[in-house]
Design a protein around this ligand. Structure first.
Ligand SMILES: [Zn+2]
Length: 486
């Protein structure tokens, strides 16, 4: 009911298991079928696989029993595997897939650290902790990385393997990423992401940018948040590893293994249904100084950072340069002792326990500040309230259409009933020609294109005058837009 193909460079061999789900893995038999090199022209990726495991429905309780995925770098003989019902919480672990002792992971620390960082990034959308520290007998999912497949009785060249089930998850699953990928942390990461998701009932898919694919891809793969055709894994006989009939483009499409006949799956929906989303990033607010304040070098920055779980770290930058960091409140920082006259950007970043970031920025003035755009160092700048800011007509500049805060140099993407423009904080009379300072509904003002401060309305053709109350509602979204999630 599954396929095993050789890793890169080797002859491709498919191992087929019986096609009926009722046959437990332990009772499976092997059918070796050589596959012509031309059989699957779009398949360029070494294949990792999955094997059915019959799961006691009572064991896969809802909600899921853990949010931890343990990346187990094989060292010494600690990747010892005993045959039995898959269980990561025993010592040594048990696996339905085979038994033996996996040799240590042969790549160095740099490769390993990249794999860990990659998996954390790939799992950031979900409420999952990726750890390198063994949870021991506590419930967890485990990805053993190291060794060779033949060390646990599997065919030479298998890239990775997971037990597979259409239960929502395989409790305390142990999956394997073998040491056949060389110094390629992105492939190791993608294989780890593919194998562990097989333990969450996710089948292979045809989007090459998704880790569930067999297709080749250059770059980091992420689970895609949309319905994607299952497939990419069909053999010369137009069969999927689980026995489904393949059709479509290059005979690489088939019904999803756990989809009740559906052709598509949404990986992100499936994984989110199991774990929940990655949680709310922190909220970062720079309390002092305020936008447009005139400061002296060595000024104090006071930030408030909160999170629904925990704030792990905070960083303060000036003009992009990291000045200092803190791991606990109070988040008070000291600016550089030397700063040239002009406009400077203070940025405070906060990270929660899962590494989700949020950032806030304010621009401050050292020295007299600008009186007109001509006082600014860059010809594309304009002058708002003494600050030299990115001007109109430039990417991210004042008045440019935006969708998110990060589209704007100011990190202010203001929203008025669906009209979104990059804005600058202002007081009346401070905005450049073509803009007016409009009440933001939050006690401040924002330079808004075509706004007439005298009439309190917009002069832009087709725009109707809007009162402050309406603006207040419209700009409420600003608060959300200012929080950045990288
Ligand atoms: Zn697979």
């Amino acid at each position: 009911m599954h396929a095993i193909n050789r890793a890169r460079g080797g002859p491709r061999v498919v191992v087929l298991w019986p096609a009926r789900l009722a046959v437990a893995a332990a009772a499976a038999w092997w059918l070796l079928a050589p596959v012509a090199a031309s059989a699957a022209p779009r398949v360029g990726r070494p294949r990792a696989t999955m094997m059915w495991e019959t799961i006691d429905p009572v064991a896969a309780t809802s909600p899921v029993n853990t949010h931890t995925i343990y990346l187990h770098r094989c060292v010494g003989s600690d990747c010892t595997v005993v045959q039995g019902t898959t269980n990561s919480t025993t010592s040594p672990v048990h696996s339905s897939l085979g038994h033996g002792v996996l040799s240590p992971f042969s790549q160095g620390d740099d490769t390993w650290n990249t794999v860990v960082a990659c998996m954390r990034e790939v799992y950031a959308p979900f409420n999952v902790e990726i750890t390198q520290i063994s949870p021991g007998s506590a419930p967890h999912f485990e990805i053993m990385i190291g060794g060779r497949p033949e060390e646990m009785g599997l065919p030479n060249g298998v890239g990775g393997v997971s037990p597979f089930s259409c239960m929502p998850y395989i409790p305390n699953s142990v999956v394997f990423v073998y040491d056949v990928w060389g110094n390629d942390p992105e492939e190791i990461c993608a294989t780890a992401a593919q194998e562990i998701a097989h333990s969450f009932s996710v089948d292979h898919c045809t989007d090459a940018s998704d880790p569930m694919t067999y297709f080749e891809y250059h770059g980091r793969r992420h689970y895609q948040n949309r319905q994607i055709q299952c497939g990419s894994d069909c053999d010369a006989n137009h069969r999927s590893p689980l026995g489904a009939t393949c059709g479509g483009t290059d005979f690489q499409e088939h019904a999803c293994a756990c989809g009740n006949g559906a052709q598509t799956q949404n990986d992100v929906q499936v994984i989110t249904a199991l774990f929940g989303d990655g949680g709310t990033p922190p909220t970062v607010k720079i309390v002092s100084p305020r936008i447009g304040d005139t400061v002296e070098p060595g000024f104090t920055v006071i930030a408030q950072i909160t999170d629904d779980v925990a704030v792990a770290e905070a960083e303060m930058r000036v003009d992009g340069a990291l000045i200092s960091s803190a791991t606990a409140a109070p988040y008070t920082f000291t600016g550089p002792a030397m700063l040239a006259d002009g406009t400077h950007t203070i940025e405070v970043a906060g990270y929660d326990n899962l590494g989700a970031p949020a950032r806030a920025r304010v621009q401050v003035i050292v020295g007299p500040g600008c009186k007109a755009p001509a006082d600014c160092p860059d010809a594309t700048n304009t002058c708002v309230g003494g600050r030299c800011v990115t001007g109109p007509g430039v990417a991210g500049g004042l008045g440019q259409v935006c969708n998110a805060a990060t589209d704007c140099a100011s990190w202010l993407c203001a929203n008025d009933n669906g009209s979104r423009y990059c804005a600058e904080s202002c007081k009346p009379g401070q905005c450049p020609s073509g803009f007016g300072c409009r009440d933001d509904g939050l006690g401040g003002g924002l330079c808004w294109p075509g706004f007439d401060e005298d009439s309190g309305g917009c002069t832009t053709a087709g725009g109707s005058p809007l009162g402050t109350a309406v603006l207040g509602l419209g700009f409420a979204a600003l608060v959300l837009l200012r929080r950045r999630r990288a």
